[in-house]
Design a protein around this ligand. Structure first.
Ligand code: NAP
Length: 362
């Protein structure tokens, strides 16, 4: 008979990704239980402007979704034991504190971090993660900030405490790039990488090639909930720089931050430039590059002219791809043809299953 492990989930951030993840959990509840021996309930939720909620016996997730989507406050949830359910500066940390302390010893706690990317320091997500690990929870996140700014420190801390720190959704949504290298490429060294890793800018460039204005193409990504909350993070190349830093830190043992990445965004590009390039058999794309030069890690994000036949030039709209340069397998190209909120939420779901698998065989 399958062993079931009960997980108590603490959701820090309940926006586009956090709520899609919540729905995916509900949709996949049967599969998670039957196939992976995993049952779950949500015991805490923190947001910036919809309050916080804690209930050690489990919150009503459907009601929480309705409240937040109707611009209501989580403070109204039945059984909420949070003492300050309003928007106070330390409220997420307070929620993590009360949710972890009230936890049942038979259950495993997992904190799911999906607050917005802070490009200056990766905060407050890094503090949320430290707090949750210190309290004994495992951590999964789709926020690239902590991996881009503090991967080594957080990973060492989690390892010392015997906890998982997983972040598959930080780059290329649910396409398993971190899992691929960690779990299926033993003895392979990543020497460098090159890729298109920001969906919003690739969509904008594809639309501008079709003669659509920059503002209209960006609005399409904002309406889909794909653009960062502050769209300049995408347009100016910061999101891609954060992902480049994350890849360098995880794969190449670098200790860089997004500020160390040589960065040029797409603001100076026009439909005319893109259409001219296309007429000449080329594509202008925002390319992220990482590697080592003279033993030192380097990263760059910049628009590049690619010949039409190039693997990265064929990507349209929200498609992403990464070419890994390896010592034993030569070059490997991983392509994501479909991307969106479900794919990002899936990254969290797959991390949750990974946490479950590391605990005990099902
Ligand atoms: N959207 C995507 O397609 C995608 C893809 C891959 C990765 N990601 C990453 O996933 C994360 C979430 O993205 P998203 O699109 O879901 O963003 P979002 O819709 O803006 O949601 C962010 C959530 O975090 C909450 N929040 C922000 N600061 C907080 C704080 N200090 N304490 C507690 N809660 C806080 C917000 O509260 P309010 O609801 O009150 O504002 C909101 O619930 C980001 O790091 C992003 O880079 C997103």
């Amino acid at each position: 008979m399958k062993t079931t492990i009960a997980l108590d989930l603490i959701l820090v951030g309940f926006g586009n990704v956090g709520r899609r993840f919540a729905r995916l959990l509900q949709e996949q509840e049967g599969v998670l239980a039957r196939t992976y021996g995993l049952s779950w309930r949500v015991v805490g939720i923190a947001t910036r402007s919809h309050g916080i909620a804690v209930n050690p016996a489990g919150l009503d997730l459907a009601k929480a979704l309705t409240l937040v989507e109707g611009h209501g406050s989580l403070g109204k949830l039945r059984g909420n034991t949070a003492t300050s359910p309003r928007d106070t500066p330390g409220s997420a940390l307070e929620m993590i504190e009360s949710a972890t302390h009230a936890g049942d010893a038979d259950r495993v706690q997992v904190m799911v971090e999906t607050t917005v990317l802070d490009i200056a320091r990766g905060q407050p997500a890094i503090d949320h993660i430290r707090k949750a690990l210190r309290a004994g929870a495992h951590v999964i996140t789709a926020n690239k900030g902590p991996v881009a700014f503090s991967y080594r420190e957080i990973d060492d801390f989690a390892t010392a405490l015997g906890r998982s720190f997983l972040f598959e959704g930080a780059v290329m949504d649910g396409v398993p790039i971190f899992n691929l290298v960690r779990d299926t490429l033993p003895a392979v060294t990543i020497l460098g990488f090159r890729g298109i890793i920001n969906s919003t800018t690739n969509h904008i460039l594809t639309r501008m090639e079709q003669g659509i204005a920059f503002g209209e193409a960006l609005a399409e990504m904002q309406a889909a909930g794909i653009a960062e909350a502050d769209a300049s993070l995408d347009v100016d190349g910061w999101d891609a720089a954060a992902k480049t830093a994350a890849l360098l830190n995880v794969w190449m043992k670098a200790e860089v931050t997004p500020r160390d990445i040589d960065r040029t965004g797409i603001a100076a590009l026009t439909p005319e430039l893109l259409q001219d390039a296309k007429r000449q058999g080329q594509r202008l794309r925002l390319v992220a590059t990482g590697g080592r030069q003279d033993g030192k890690a380097f990263g760059r994000v910049a628009p590049e002219l690619l010949p039409e036949g190039h693997a990265l030039a064929r990507l349209n709209g929200m498609q992403n791809a990464l070419v890994l340069q390896t010592d034993l397998l030569g070059e490997i190209c991983i392509t994501q043809l479909d991307s969106g909120l479900t794919q990002t939420a899936y990254a969290l779901l797959s991390d949750l299953v990974a946490v479950r698998r590391r605990l005990r065989p099902a």
